[in-house]
Design a protein. Structure first.
Length: 336
């Protein structure tokens, strides 16, 4: 049924020699940095996302396919990665364990979680989906809140997206038992991504949210394995949604007064629960909204900066580049 898609992916997952790639990185624009070591093996910072043809891709959601029979070293990302074996299986190695991911199952790997994928066989096909912090808004993730005993995927994703602690070993493995609906969504996402037709980005985003909802349903009716999915309570979600709604002129003091908290307590609580400071949470919301304005309007960048809460346009440029890796103007041109 999906043979045409599999054949297309096979054209993009050929062997890659790590030593050659490493030399290219050393002389290229984006030089690799070593974040640390695991058993004397270096852990590299893979902070850029690339298409299958190894072209830099700054999209919020990037899809690629794992090269076959290829050594990939320990590395960390500044985005969430989802590995899905479509043919065969794969083994993800973290700092402390080896996790076998069987066909059609998914493993979510959190930000700055050291890991590597053991070389896959020549017939294997393993999909990689990279989700940057700009991929989904908090309101979209809130829509996915599960009731009863179901796993809250919105909490899982936010926890993974906001985890800045290097070496914590955060991952979540979902065993979906070849669920036909989830598998169909995955292949629809692949087809939309590689066809790249009008509205493909929006369709992919909606289908990703649908996939998360189906995972919620799956975990509700079956005790699926979900490892290290840190639960967040409704109080935290209320705080995050308040930031999302009032991002443009919010202050810590006003927010603390609104919820009846001491400002220092609120600041510590947000940091402890999300891994991000109040300021970074606000910045993240502001640049996400700015990215939408850049994509869907022709408004001047300076006006967008003011709209999302930055009177100083230069500072807005600095913050935007910090989160997206490129300037607002470049981001706008890439999404047109």
């Amino acid at each position: 049924m999906h043979e045409k898609t599999i054949q297309m992916l096979r054209q993009n997952n050929g062997f890659r020699d790590w030593n050659t790639m490493l030399q290219d990185f050393k002389i290229g624009e984006f030089k690799l940095k070593v974040a640390g070591h695991i058993n004397s093996e270096p852990v590299y910072e893979f902070f850029n996302t690339y298409s299958d043809n190894f072209v830099l891709n700054s999209s919020s959601i990037t899809i690629s396919v794992q090269p076959v029979k290829s050594y990939i070293p320990f590395h960390i990302h500044d985005y969430v990665e989802i590995n899905i074996p479509l043919v065969g299986n794969c083994v993800v190695v973290t700092e402390h364990e080896r996790i076998k991911v069987n066909q059609d199952n998914m493993i979510f790997i959190g930000i700055k979680t050291p890991h590597k994928v053991e070389p896959i066989g020549k017939n294997g096909v393993v999909l990689n989906i990279e989700l940057r912090t700009s991929a989904f808004s908090l309101n979209e993730l809130n829509f996915l809140q599960s009731k009863g005993k179901g796993i809250s995927i919105s909490n899982l994703l936010f926890s993974l997206l906001s985890d800045e602690d290097h070496g914590e070993g955060r991952y979540s493995l979902f065993e979906i038992d070849h669920d036909a609906k989830i598998t169909a969504i995955i292949y629809d996402i692949i087809d939309e991504y590689y066809d790249n037709k009008i509205q493909s980005d929006q369709i992919i985003k909606l289908e990703m949210l649908t996939m998360f909802s189906l995972l919620i349903r799956k975990t509700y009716y079956r005790e699926a394995q979900v490892t290290d999915s840190k639960k967040k309570n409704n109080n935290l979600l209320s705080l995050l949604l308040y930031i999302e709604k009032n991002y443009s002129d919010i202050t810590l003091e006003q927010m603390a007064q609104h919820f009846g908290f001491n400002p220092n307590y609120l600041s510590d609580y947000l940091k402890n629960e999300t891994g991000l400071s109040f300021i970074k949470l606000v910045q993240l919301q502001r640049v996400n909204i700015a990215a939408e304005y850049l994509t869907y309007t022709k408004a001047p960048i300076e006006k967008i900066a003011t709209r999302v809460g930055y009177e100083n346009a230069s500072y807005f440029y600095k913050i935007f580049r910090h989160y997206f890796g490129i300037s607002p103007a470049k981001y706008r041109s890439n999404t047109r």
